[in-house]
Design a protein around this ligand. Structure first.
Ligand code: SAH
Ligand code: SF4
Length: 364
């Protein structure tokens, strides 16, 4: 044990200093015994502090439609769930919600939905440009797969970022849990988003059925290959309404390790302490913020709609109004000795320079 601890400490020290981890080293860190995982979290926390500082960026999450034409096996919005009460917010309501988020001090919103045919790329582009005219918010979209033309329309309308998780880097597993989606098409979408100069977010779930340490290692390496600006990582939480109802689901500790590894390997990207982590453990988001995360995405969707957007069960904050969530999250962040950022929280990477210079201009 002592030897293993020494090797782990040396490796953590090395990676904090130079950020180089090969595949075997990533696997070794993932496989470290639970009682030593704190060393990995501490290393990731150091890298986070040095690369990203102590500010935590808030993104207000607006879940604008719970209709979905896909049938992902794990998801509470999948097409085949019968009797699910679904909703769709209209553009004026979404703009109002964004304006309200800005009033609460958010500098950025994430517009998320199922793949709802009602929300064509044209319509989402219209939504983006209306929010841009009414506010100074940075906008992330997370509405699934579109054509190049579709993504371009939304980007031209002013969308800054796009979040599209690859869910797992294991092709076979991807196929097994996505009856109507294709792994290569998903990855192609991520390349298109990059080409269109979006700040690109991707990521994966931890604890999908059949996943191994090797899958997790591949997930981290794929984030690196894609050179993402943001990585969203959360535990898979089995939903009783889905075919994966009886699966085991992801553990918080493994998810925290994945967050820490993403920080150690990708260095200066944005990493949220996801709501799914907070849903698994009351202190899940706090723990993630101490293991490499630097972003939180509080829900700003109107309260009466939230119950109808349950990707997984026991989602937190279902009954808290946006103002309450804002205060609660500030409390969490300050209690950790961190600060709420007042900036848009754009990517720190070079290729997003164009967006950032725009931001600079708007401050001048
Ligand atoms: N329709 C879009 C965005 C909404 S789903 C898309 O699929 O990209 C957003 C994310 O929720 C998914 O990427 C998936 O990683 C996550 N998710 C869905 N079901 C989940 C579950 N049961 N447990 C944990 N995360 C889940
Ligand atoms: Fe639809 Fe996204 Fe859920 Fe898949 S994960 S069913 S695309 S909302």
């Amino acid at each position: 044990m002592e030897n293993q601890e020494k090797k782990l400490l040396d490796l953590c020290e090395k990676v904090v200093a130079n950020g180089q981890l090969n595949k075997d080293e990533i696997r070794f860190l993932f496989d470290c015994p639970d009682e030593l995982s704190q060393l990995v979290f501490d290393a990731a926390d150091k890298v986070r502090e040095r690369e990203m500082g102590n500010q935590v960026h808030l993104r207000g999450l607006i879940e604008f439609s719970s209709y979905c034409s896909r049938n992902c096996m794990y998801c509470g919005l999948r097409r085949d769930i019968e009797g699910l009460q679904r909703y769709r917010m209209e553009i004026p309501e979404i703009v109002k919600c964004a304006v309200n988020a800005e009033k609460l001090g958010y500098r950025s919103v994430v517009l998320q939905s199922g793949e709802d045919p009602y929300y064509t790329a044209e319509k989402i582009a219209e939504m983006v440009s209306e929010i841009k005219s009414a506010t100074d918010l940075a906008i992330t979209l997370s509405a699934g797969e579109f054509s190049y033309r579709g993504y371009k329309l939304m980007r031209d309308a002013g969308a800054d970022r796009y979040l599209l998780r690859f869910e797992t880097a294991d092709r076979e597993l991807y196929k097994a849990i996505h009856p109507d989606s294709d792994y290569d098409e998903r990855i192609e979408c991520l390349h298109m988003l990059r080409e269109l100069n979006y700040q690109v977010g991707s990521g994966f779930m931890v604890g999908l059925p059949g996943e191994t340490t090797e899958t997790l290692v591949q997930n981290i390496l794929l984030l690196k290959t894609l050179d993402v600006d943001m990585a969203g990582i959360g535990p898979f939480i089995p939903n009783p309404q889905t075919p994966l109802a009886d699966a085991k689901g992801g553990l918080l500790l493994t998810t925290l390790k994945a967050v820490a590894m993403a920080r150690l390997v990708l260095r200066n990207i944005h990493i949220p302490a996801t709501t799914a982590m907070g849903s698994l453990d009351r202190l899940g988001r706090q723990k993630a913020l101490k293991a490499g995360a630097n972003v939180v995405m509080p829900n700003v969707t109107p309260m009466q709609l939230r119950e109808m957007y349950q990707l997984y069960p026991n989602k937190i904050c279902l009954t808290d109004d946006p103002a309450h969530c804002r205060n609660c999250i500030t409390g969490i962040i300050t209690s950790l000795g961190r600060e709420v950022s007042q900036e848009h929280g754009h990517s720190l990477k070079l290729y997003s320079k164009s967006t950032r210079s725009k931001e600079k201009e708007s401050h001048e």
